[in-house]
Design a protein around this ligand. Sequence first.
Ligand code: FMN
Length: 426
Amino acid sequence: MAGLFADREIVLGVTGSIAAYKACDLASRLIEAGARVTPVLTRHALEFVGAVSFEAITGRRAIVEMFEPLHSPEIEHIAVAQRAELFLIAPATANILAKAAHGIADDWLSTTLLATRAPVLFAPAMNANMYAHPATQTNIETLRARGCHFVEPEEGRLACGVTGPGRLAETRAILDAAAVLLCRKKDLATCRVLITSGPNHEPIDPVRFIGNRSSGKMGRALALEALRRGARVTVISGPATVALPDGAETVRVETALEMFEAVKARIKIADVFISAAAVADYRVEHPAIAKRKRGAEPLALRLVPNPDIAAHVGAAKRPDQVAVGFAAETEDLLDHARNKLRDKRLDLIVANAVGGAACAIGADRVDAHLLAASGAVRDLPGVSKEALAEALFDEIAALLAARGTTKKRPGEQQRRKGSKTAKGGR
Ligand SMILES: Cc1cc2nc3c(=O)[nH]c(=O)nc-3n(C[C@H](O)[C@H](O)[C@H](O)COP(=O)(O)O)c2cc1C
């Protein structure tokens, strides 16, 4: 997440929900990722959390009272409304949704929501019955229709003992939604991006498998960056440990053969294909149907090669499609990467050193090199996976623009602006 929010001005509105304490972690993560956060608490929020916590985390004065700022220009409501690049209300009570939907301005937060032209992102949290109430749902619809954005609450057991939707979305999901709204580059707005991510599990028997250490972090960073730039994203993910961004369509698979089938079914409509999965090179030829018993004798497993998904895509791709691979190598990194780029007929390849201290698998930072089919090489030493994803999509966007792919569906962006996604949005 580092850098995604660098120097961005965010107003964090905290309202009177039992989940208000979670906003401290959210504020902390935003600051960690470079944002400048102005905390705003309603009077009722102060029943749950202290303003001083937010002041300590953000290094800025927390705003509560409407009339006190008359004496401090830096927190005067019109000035803050104009400077904000995003209003993030988390947790958002039923009350703030109702006030915002009806234009009620009776405290600092609700007043400033009327004054801002920045995108507004609500993360509701409340009792399941309050959330399901037609009044709340109508208010949410009204706000969505006006262009406000929502991170939907999760289902689960709520503090009040009721089970249902109403629990504040995870901090990660709120940060992802905020990152998408804050991205200035929308150069992939007409594109469909297909990404494979994570490891494969190749069964030995019903309870055992051969796997690898891929975490899915790179696939997640790529999916988020593509969403930020306006693409429609599908991730075909093996059993990875990290959560994917909510805005991406996710297809879950286990084995390399399943991943291959899922890619073949979707590749025709993709403009960009990125093979970030650590695809299993081999599978067990005959996995046992029943669990294998322990024995005194050595056990030999015969492994057969899996299809090379990236090579298949590279060989079959149309001139308007861009195909990208990853080369994780323990030795002769650039030579192997160049050979893969050529042999698999890819447009770009990311070369990562694996093994030893420089291991990219599962790490947050990598020493990467971007190699293009044109022969150009870009070295990216010690970059975060988010920064690597951004650099890679800069190259991809340039290739797509050169091939006219990003201009081929001019009506698309307009249609999508008017359409609603499951998670809302303009
Ligand atoms: C213990 C407790 C927990 C509450 N939790 C929530 C909540 O999670 N969501 C909500 O919409 N209201 C909740 N409320 C009610 C709000 O605090 C109340 O509607 C208040 O007027 C909200 O004011 P605000 O939106 O200005 O912060 C809770 C009240 C209490 C006493």
